[in-house]
Design a protein around this ligand. Structure first.
Ligand code: PHB
Length: 357
């Protein structure tokens, strides 16, 4: 089950009973649940009611959830998220303002005329990596099975990878090697807490969302090096995300992203047995508009190790069981309740979808 931002941690950033119900319902059938993007520091967002994992209060609240997930036979990784668009000053690799491409403004009715905030270049990226490490420690207190580094969708780690958002002239910017340094050093910090087999990473090389994306050649060069270096760390998995047109906004009259076949381009780096650096320790996960038949086909032909589903889990809390038993999937989703909820009841459109009978 993929990370799904649902903004239900009312009234603060501490997971609540609606979060508890939602995750436990799904953990009964999912092989591995990845939490929604979970904030590593409060400064990292102005996103309303996103869950956090930077304090013992967060850890204690998550522990109730992870304990019950384990009781019902599930496994759960915490996705570590650092968002831009924070209250000022917003940290970023460089002072480069997003031109658009995120749903936040429309979704929460924010004043668009103010535009996207101007990031304040991070003085010492190691200080932010220390925040990731603290979140990893809190995730351990919270009883998670592991952590996933959110390196996709134009958020902080992705901003370091992309030369449009990273204009740094120090060792954290410029060359491919320098732009990949932040993600790799962050992974090492997470590994120091969890060990490599409990750390995963998610990336979407096609970009788009949040105004990131490089020309194809530079994209391939950057992500090939990134993946090769990640494989040396022997992490649990690399989760690749397919090109998704709905995650690729139109800016200046054209699509922002760099569509290419991520499985064909990067899959062989991870799954090719003739590549000794992979040595099959790191699993390859694929996410993005897959259907269960395609997933089975990709897994049985050894092209991927596991398939990740997002939207299908929203209306089908027992998705895996339904697929195994050939039961009909509920595709009737109320999009208005993806991020918000009427009457201030976080359960609505969230933990109130029934299992199949
Ligand atoms: C979103 O809520 O739109 C969102 C959040 C995290 C992502 C992608 C999209 O990684």
């Amino acid at each position: 089950m993929a990370s799904l931002t649902r903004s239900r941690s009312v009234p603060t950033t501490i997971p609540n009973h609606a979060n508890f119900e939602y995750y436990v319902q799904r953990a009964r059938s999912a092989g591995l649940v990845m939490t929604e993007g979970t904030l590593i520091v409060h400064q990292g967002t102005n996103w309303p009611n996103a869950a956090g994992i930077w304090s013992m209060d967060h850890a204690r609240a998550w522990k109730r959830i992870t304990d019950e997930v384990h009781n019902v036979g599930g496994k759960i990784f915490c996705q570590l998220w650092h968002k831009k668009l924070a209250e000022k000053p917003v940290p970023g690799p460089s002072a480069v303002q997003a031109r658009g491409g995120e749903g936040l403004f429309e979704r929460f009715g924010l004043d668009k005329s103010a535009g996207y905030s101007m990031p304040e270049p991070i003085e010492d990226p190691m200080a932010i990596i220390a925040d990731y490490k603290n979140a990893a420690l809190m995730a351990k207190e919270a009883g998670f099975d592991g952590v996933e580094l959110h390196s996709a969708n134009g958020y902080l780690v992705h901003q370091f990878l992309d030369f449009n958002t990273n204009k740094r002239t120090d060792k954290w910017g410029g060359s491919v090697e320098n732009r990949c340094r932040f993600g790799l050093e962050t992974l090492k910090a997470l590994i120091s807490v969890w060990g490599p087999d409990r750390v995963g990473i998610k990336m979407n090389p096609c970009g788009g969302y949040d105004d990131v994306g490089m020309p194809l050649e530079e994209t391939k060069e950057t992500f090939t090096y990134y993946i090769e270096e990640i494989l040396k760390l022997k992490v649990a998995y690399i989760q690749l995300v397919n090109y998704l047109p709905q995650m690729d906004p139109e800016l200046d009259g054209k699509k922002r992203g760099t569509p290419h076949d991520v499985l064909k381009t990067y899959g062989p780096l991870v799954k090719d047995p003739s590549n000794p650096s992979a040595s099959n320790t790191t699993k390859l996960l694929l996410n993005g508009a897959l259907n269960p038949d395609q997933a089975n086909e990709l897994i049985s032909s050894q092209l991927i190790d596991a398939a990740v589903f997002g939207t299908l889990w929203i209306g089908n809390p027992d998705l895996q069981t339904r697929v195994e038993q050939g039961k009909e999937l509920n595709m009737q989703l109320d999009h208005k309740t993806f991020y918000g909820f009427p009457g201030n009841d976080p359960k609505v459109g969230y933990s109130d979808y029934p299992d199949a009978v």
